[in-house]
Ligand binder design. Structure first.
Ligand SMILES: [Zn+2]
Length: 490
């Protein structure tokens, strides 16, 4: 499984069509399938890696963003950070594996001989099979300080060739270069395009290593991204503006996370989305405010958010347990999960859909919710909002930014010129290429983990959100050949 972090579906497709990814075409797409995939909410490095390595959405396993606040963990006095406020930017990324629900196994735990390269979440991966992990901190700081966004990918490529030569049933290799080049230089910059081509060259070398080893035919090669990217023209510093306009003292990234007292917490991810946390009805952090409580305690805040040009989709909890209210300048709708397996009830108020969706069934299975929205401006938005609210760590107000805006300005170096994290199409669509044929239709990143497990003949654990997308023919062949062949996945 090759993670081209931050690869955009449309860029990947146009490079593929113009012959600029010849190795991926030959070794992956022509032997199997290409599908447009959808990421998860929040569509951010870290949370969006979770579906690939567990088959679960981030909300299912309790990691709702790149940053989040846990009111249940807050000791009721003093700063929110570090004990109750998480940011995976920096050393706290080591907590990602621990923050995830321990009951939900990772692919590394299910496939003990796995090999990993440059992953953020390595639970269950044996130390000596986490290649280049000792060098990773040095390569990452070098990249950051010298604006060298190519070297890490070259290391990833070398490690992938090494991994291909090892005996292993599952290998995961993350290439960070596209994401970095998009954030710091531009989503359509020549530097970003070069990163796509660098991965292509690495795929060619890894394929040769598999051929030399004699395992090329049996190895499923998948290439996927965790989220897309969209260029931004305006930073809107949500945490600061909430303080300025509404007088709410907010704790947020960098030193304000350590404010000795605070009335709100703003956790930005990606930077195209943010969780906003507020005190409850009793004026403490012990209770969680519904939409009505927020309206009563902070008059005008929600109306201001919905009217703010940088803000697109706003979600809050209704008064009834499990009820969500989704609103935008276009309209308001009620959303709830009706069953544990992701069935959704969706009701638009006054005929004005907040996403601009056409008529949808009032109740949908998780798969229908994907299929009916995959081609819209908000692919899979309903199921993705619903899953995010499965965890109590999710904000009291969840904001997804308008295309072209992000939600952060202060304390960011280098400046980000492109963002992800939100619900918009450019953030949610990802490429998914597989050397093994797949079923028709859209695919979620959570399906990729379950598809890989199916290919390897490992049963998916209970509680996963993904389903297998192997074509029926492949599944059948696999079942026949399981006794004799020992397929592997890169
Ligand atoms: Zn990423």
């Amino acid at each position: 499984m090759i993670l081209a972090d931050g690869a955009r579906a449309e860029t990947f497709e146009s490079l593929l069509a113009s012959g600029e990814l010849p190795q991926i075409r030959e070794h992956v797409v022509e032997r199997g399938s290409y599908r447009r995939g959808t990421s998860t909410f929040t569509s951010t490095t870290g949370p969006a890696h979770i579906p690939l390595l567990t088959g679960c959405f981030p909300g299912t396993v309790g990691v709702p963003g790149y940053r989040w606040f846990d009111r249940a963990a807050y000791r009721a006095w003093g700063p929110a950070a570090p004990h109750a406020l998480r940011s995976y930017n920096g050393p706290e990324v080591a907590f990602l594996a621990k923050d995830m629900d321990q009951a939900q196994p990772t692919l590394y735990e299910l496939i003990p001989d796995s090999v990993g390269v440059f992953g953020l979440m390595n639970r269950g991966l044996e130390k000596e099979r986490n290649l280049r992990s000792r060098e990773k901190p040095f390569i990452w700081s070098h990249s950051h300080w010298f604006h060298d966004y190519e070297r890490a990918d070259r290391w990833a490529g070398d490690a992938m060739v090494e991994a291909a030569a090892l005996d292993s049933r599952f290998r995961f290799v993350a290439f960070p270069g596209i994401d970095w080049n998009c954030h710091y230089i531009g989503e359509d910059s020549p530097e970003a395009t070069r990163s796509y081509k660098g991965i292509d060259e690495a795929v060619g070398k890894a394929a040769q290593a598999l051929i030399r080893k004699g395992t090329y035919d049996e190895t499923m090669i998948t290439i996927v991204s965790d989220h897309g990217h969209r260029r931004i023209h305006t930073h809107f510093d949500l945490a600061v503006e909430i303080g300025r306009v509404h007088g709410i003292k907010t704790a947020y990234h960098s030193w304000p996370a350590f404010r000795p007292s605070f009335d709100g917490v703003v956790c930005v991810s990606g930077n195209g989305m943010a969780h906003i946390y507020l005190k409850g009805e009793d004026g403490t952090w012990r209770t969680r405010p519904s939409r009505e409580t927020i309206r009563a305690r902070h008059a005008g805040l929600l109306e201001w958010l919905v009217a703010t040009p940088a803000v697109d989709i706003v979600t809050t909890r209704g008064d009834a347990e499990g009820e969500l209210v989704v609103e935008s300048r276009r309209g308001v709708a009620d959303l709830r999960e009706t069953r544990a397996d992701g069935w959704i009830r969706y009701a638009v108020r006054d005929g004005a859909d907040p996403f601009g969706f056409g008529a949808l069934p009032g109740e949908m299975s998780s798969r229908e919710a994907l299929e009916t929205t995959a081609e819209t401006e908000y692919p899979d938005a309903l199921a993705q909002i619903a899953q995010l609210f499965r965890t109590g760590r999710t904000g009291d107000i969840v904001v997804s930014a308008t295309p072209g805006f992000d939600l952060r300005e202060r304390f960011e170096w280098p400046e980000h010129v492109s963002s992800h994290g939100g619900l918009i199409r450019d953030h949610m669509l990802v490429p998914f290429a597989s050397s093994v044929p797949l079923q028709e239709g859209p695919v979620r990143t959570a399906d990729i983990a379950t598809t890989v497990l199916d290919y390897l003949g490992v049963s998916a654990p209970p509680g996963v959100d993904g389903v297998t997308r192997l074509s029926q023919d492949t599944s059948a062949t696999r079942a026949d050949g399981a006794a004799t062949a020992s397929p592997a996945s890169v």
